[in-house]
Design a protein. Structure first.
Lengths: 621, 533
């Protein structure tokens, strides 16, 4: 009898597909991609997939999960409506927002808070004020608990009082009063969800956090072994911890993809993760993912520690139409070749002969694709539409990278997702990028990133100090570090915290993250901030430097590395080469089929297989 | 090439040009120093053809973008493109050469391929100070242009990339913040240089003639798209009126009137005849601002069209000479924004009356500028400035949003948690002002009500509002929004109502309450029985 394997399972649950990467010491890693059957509970779904891979429940040493559940629930408005407790005089803040428009051209700008998220009848104001220095300026009034009676069982409540990050006294007292009156309600306290100043941004983040609680508690229940879940900041945490603050689970899947991009990057990289409905652009500098302080989901901008990812509404399912003789790219739908009723980019790629007739176990119907294209364009030639979509992604990706000080000419484009490898070289050519790297299993980019994700957590507190007064942060930094070490110890993990200062020149509101080791000389920090400002914003104007927040992060490796992933195997078809059959550099035009994705090498590009299983595409000349 | 391929090529060329303009804008924002450009986004970038026709614009504030169009024409009239060489830089801020007001400096640089000018890259940026009688170069009581700052007629500012030392010396000598002026001009130059380089590469790759043809085809597309949209307007005319509450020196109302005529062709005539004569105070608007307002209207009529000069081919604009919308030299023009904003609103209101396709009702049409300053009990000075918006208009798709920056401005509000850290002020309320939106099937957006209490010491409030006397009109049978109001409440309950422009002392314990105007309502309101009245 053989010794049972100890598998580390990474499972990325997307809207259309579920991807699994399983690895164990002494065994070859296993990969699986399957369509996501609707309506099936997650624990049973994962058990079924593991069964298909031949992994017994007893062989699972660790389960990791990334999921689009939270993103989809916020994007589609299917998360729960939330009751809101605010400081007296501030219950309209969700409607008023920051008064500006994100898109000045929009004839109908979206409201700052989606109406479903915070019903106006579910608001409670409470008297009492914490002042701008964290002092109690006016004692807390009585909470109108009788107004809670209309809330359904298990409803979510967000509590957001002014200046709570400086002094949570009143928020804690309100939470306690509500917990006594209605122990069934799920509470999100703003100073815990988002300990930053500016009441609207904190309120919106707290509302979104609360809105996810009922849904995720149900969807992620029933696991025999509690999984580790990936949060937007790019580290996994135990399920219970993640559910206590589910806002971090928004962008869970894309964050996993960025970890894979960073692992494949040499120096600066731009990640292109193109799936069925969206394309995620991410950025890596010197091998590390760039951090961000907000996540974007549709029109929503939520303040939350995360990796820098921008999501473009373009993917294989992007629909095509003709308007006044012009090609227009519309919202995603199921491709005609997969049983949908409208032409999409995937149909155009299939009709062009770019895709095999079977992809990730799905049969693709070429005749249906051609018919759908003909219905829209009067011809089955979808190449102009494909060129337009590639140009659109290229222009946006180039702008995103340059804004962060990443030069597309020098960076490598790491392509993943089911559609990424098909378009990456053409997109790179349009943005001036000369190298594209396709990992061994590009269609499982998020799952592979998840497999190597560290465990970790972070803490943050706002401040407003001149750089000269940094000594005042020594004590809070030590406190935050100790709290994080202690927290990770309860997860069974030893980790030390490192610190990051959010800094800006006086008068600026947008901060830049600056690494800080307590005890460093002030001049060293000043120079580091000036250099970062020059790199990111093109100049360092000088002037008073201020610290606006102190962030502490603890990260630790979790489990063994997955090692070299196998290159997926696909059947031969005319006009294309199975990817594994390429064992020497070859010039485009060339199509290389993997089982999860097809790689397109356009004319003027050279493909070179590497020892680590990745494929390097380089512009020639 | 199939027609589909040609259409895709045109769109791809458009994406490349607009993407480049956007990256110029990013470069400008990243490198700019003055707070109004950085935080208020008061800068813009665009690309032009060698004859001065606009080719592509960044996705930034429409009215600033449109305002650059006549300035480029002014620069090229003085320095024709055929005489420009690599590295030349043009500069102006002259309202009588196509400029806006003196703080807005326009910088242009030719892009050269195959030995000829193939395009002009340009940026406009609101500088911190260009001299004049008041810091910031926007004196509210200026009587003529000479009080407003240094006027720069079209200048050949750089040759072969090198700044003219004489011009640099004059600029530095005439600004209260010469370092910032030089730094922001450098940011503008860096942005146009980026574009000139990339345009040259683009034209080099496709050939200068093909580049010109591709540009012309985008202009034709804009004109044709607008023509189809204008075809849906009836051959009729509609007018709208509004009035500024004073010119900055007196409280006498300054009326604005605009008439929109859909002419055969189709063409669109915009006529500001009937607007007030130019004023002594600085609310006069140079023609560039009104052209920008028209451009914004044309973009609203044909949102799918590329934002280029093709749109202007179908426009006849009449701005009576010597009026508040086309003042004669040497009128004061620094406070033009209020006029352009209101004119833009009136233009949209007239269009709403003409359009068979329902469009939103006008927004409140003002941006209130509110400055607080004082000394706390320890004698330490403090100050902050807020820009507050009124409600958006209701529209065919739904009600207007409350307190939303509209058209000309995109200013953000100041959170209570930021404001209370700036001085001894407590924000007691930030609320939608109930009932202030115009009535209608889809009501106008509400104004905002903000209540501030001075906790200690003495302070002064400087209040620059509009719309105290009249509300934003409704559309399609909707009602007008409520006018704005501001008042001081003393601890004994005394109320002092303020006019739309005021500088007043503020004592500890007093409340200052501001209520901004609501947006116009859209559509006839339903009766309680659910019937349209």
């Amino acid at each position: 009898m053989s010794i049972a394997a100890a598998y580390d399972i990474a499972c990325d649950v997307g809207g259309s597909f579920v991807d699994v990467v399983a690895h164990a010491p002494g065994r070859a890693p296993l990969l699986l991609k399957r369509a996501h059957p609707p309506g099936m509970a997650l624990p049973s779904l994962i058990a079924a997939l593991l069964g298909e891979m031949g992994i017994a429940a007893a062989e699972v040493a660790r389960l990791r999960l990334s999921t689009t559940l939270a993103t989809n629930a916020l994007a589609s408005g299917t998360a729960s409506p939330v009751a809101l407790v605010t400081t007296q005089g501030f219950c309209d803040v969700p409607e008023l927002g920051r008064q500006s428009r994100r898109n000045p051209d929009a004839l109908y700008p979206p409201p700052p808070t989606p109406p479903w998220l915070a019903p106006r009848g579910w608001r409670i104001e409470v008297a009492g004020r914490i002042g701008p220095k964290g002092e109690e300026a006016v004692p807390l009034g009585t909470v109108a608990l009788d107004r809670l009676s209309r809330l359904p069982q298990g409803a979510a409540v967000a509590i957001c009082l002014l200046f709570s990050p400086l002094n949570p006294l009143h928020e804690l007292a309100v939470a306690e009063a509500i917990a006594i009156a209605r122990p069934d309600l799920r509470l999100s306290l703003s100073h815990r969800v988002d300990p930053g100043l500016r009441e609207f941004e904190r309120m919106l983040a707290t509302l979104a956090d609360a809105a996810l609680k009922p849904l995720l508690a149900e969807a992620l229940a029933g696991f025999d072994t509690a999984p580790w879940v990936l949060r937007a900041e790019g580290a996994v945490a135990p399920l219970a911890e993640a559910l206590a603050q589910p806002l971090g689970l928004a962008m869970s899947g894309p964050a996993a993809g960025v970890l894979a991009v960073a692992a494949w990057a040499e120096g600066d990289a731009i990640g292109l993760d193109m799936g069925g409905t969206t394309t995620e652009i991410s950025l890596v500098r010197s091998g590390r993912p760039l951090p961000a302080r907000e996540i974007g989901i549709g029109d929503l901008r939520l303040r939350c520690p995360s990796l820098d990812i921008e999501s473009l509404p373009l993917g294989g399912g992007t629909t095509l139409r003709l308007e006044g003789g012009r090609i227009r790219l519309g919202p995603a739908a199921r491709p005609a070749c997969c049983g949908g009723d409208t032409a999409t980019l995937t149909d155009a790629a299939l009709a062009a002969g770019w895709l095999p007739e079977t992809l990730s176990g799905l049969a693709l119907d070429v005749a249906a694709a051609r018919a759908a294209l003909h219905a829209v364009f009067g011809t089955a030639d979808g190449l102009p539409a494909l060129a337009l979509a590639e140009a659109s992604i290229a222009e946006q990706a180039r702008r995103i990278a340059l804004r962060r000080g990443i030069d597309p000419v020098r960076a490598v484009l790491v392509a993943g997702g089911g559609a990424g490898p098909l378009h990456a070289a053409a997109i790179a050519a349009r943005m001036g990028t000369r190298r594209v790297l396709v990992p061994p299993a590009p269609g499982l980019l998020s799952a592979t990133g998840l497999a190597m994700a560290p465990a970790g957590a972070g803490l943050e507190q706002p401040c407003d100090l001149p750089l000269d007064a940094i000594a005042e942060l020594l004590a809070p930094a030590a406190t935050q570090a100790a709290a994080l070490t202690q927290k990770l110890a309860t997860w069974g993990i030893a980790a030390e915290a490192r610190h990051v200062l959010e800094m800006a020149y006086a008068g600026q509101s947008e901060t830049l993250p600056i690494p800080w080791r307590p005890g460093e000389a002030i001049e060293t920090l000043a120079a580091r901030f000036d250099a970062e400002h020059a790199a990111r914003r093109g100049h360092a104007p000088g002037g008073a430097r201020r610290i606006l927040a102190l962030r502490s992060l603890a990260r630790a490796v979790l489990g063994p590395s997955p090692g070299r992933l196998p290159v997926t195997v696909a059947a031969a078809r005319p006009g294309a080469l199975p990817r594994h059959a390429l064992n020497a550099p070859a010039a485009g035009p060339l199509l290389l089929d993997g089982i999860d994705a097809t790689i397109r090498v356009p004319p003027g590009w050279m493909a070179t297989p590497r020892a680590d299983g990745a494929l390097l595409l380089e512009a020639v000349g | 090439m199939t027609s589909l391929q040609a259409a895709a090529e045109r769109d791809i060329h458009r994406l490349a040009l607009e993407g480049l303009a956007d990256r110029m804008q990013d470069s400008l924002l990243a490198a700019a120093l003055s707070p109004v450009a950085r935080e208020g986004m008061d800068c813009a970038a665009a690309l032009f053809l060698p004859d001065g026709r606009v080719l592509a614009q960044a996705h930034s504030l429409p009215l600033l973008l449109g305002g650059m169009i006549p300035a480029i024409a002014g620069l090229l009239a003085a320095f024709p493109a055929k005489n420009l060489a690599e590295g030349d830089g043009l500069l102006t801020n002259d309202p009588w050469s196509g400029g806006t007001h003196l703080p807005d400096l326009i910088v242009a640089r030719p892009a050269i391929a195959e030995g000829r000018v193939i395009a002009i890259a340009a940026t406009i940026l609101h500088h911190q100070d260009v001299g004049g009688i008041a810091p910031g170069s926007v004196p509210p009581d200026a009587k003529d242009i000479f009080q407003e700052g240094l006027r720069l007629p079209p200048l050949l500012w750089r040759r072969g990339g090198v700044e003219d030392a004489g011009i640099a010396t004059i600029l530095a000598a005439n600004s209260r913040t010469p370092g910032m002026l030089a730094g922001d001009l450098a940011a503008q130059w860096a942005a146009v240089s980026l574009a000139a380089r990339e345009l040259a590469a683009m034209a080099g790759a496709m050939g200068a003639d093909a580049f010109a043809a591709a540009g012309q085809s985008l202009l034709d597309e804009a004109r044709d798209t607008l023509a189809s949209a204008l075809d849906t307007l009836p051959e009729a005319e509609a007018s709208a009126e509004d009035a500024l509450e004073g010119d900055g020196r007196s409280a006498t109302p300054v009326p604005l009137r605009v008439t929109l005529r859909r002419l055969p062709g189709p063409r669109l005539a915009v006529d500001f005849t009937g607007s007030a004569p130019q004023t002594e105070g600085p609310v006069n608007a140079a023609p560039s601002g009104l052209l920008a307002a028209c451009f914004a209207l044309l973009r609203r009529i044909a949102p799918e069209a590329p934002a280029n000069h093709g749109l202007l081919e179908l426009l006849d604009l009449t701005l009576p000479e010597g009026s508040v919308v086309n003042p004669r030299f040497p009128a004061a023009v620094n406070a033009r924004t209020a006029t352009v904003k209101l004119a833009c609103n009136a233009l949209f209101a007239a269009h709403a009356r003409l359009s068979p396709v329902p469009v939103p009702a006008p927004n409140a049409g003002v941006a209130v500028v509110l400055s607080f300053g004082g000394r706390d009990e320890a004698g330490t000075p403090w100050m902050f400035t807020e820009i507050l918006a009124g409600g958006a208009g209701g529209g065919p798709l739904g009600p207007g949003l409350p307190a939303l920056s509209a058209d000309v401005s995109n200013a953000r509000n100041l959170p209570a948690e930021m404001l209370e850290r700036a001085g001894p002020v407590r924000v007691e309320e930030i609320a939608c002002r109930a009932g202030s939106g115009g009535s209608g099937l889809h009501p106008g957006g509400e104004g905002v009500r903000r209540v501030y209490r001075l906790l200690s010491g003495h302070a002064e409030i400087s209040y620059r509002g509009e719309r105290h006397l009249s509300g934003a009109p409704g559309a399609q049978g909707g009602g007008a929004g409520a006018p704005a109001a501001a008042r001081i409440i003393t601890p004994d309950g005394g109320v002092r109502h303020l006019p739309s422009k005021a500088r007043i002392p503020w004592e500890a314990g007093q409340l200052f309450i501001i209520e901004t105007a609501g947006g116009g309502g859209w559509g006839r309101p339903r009766t309680p029985q659910g019937e349209s009245t």
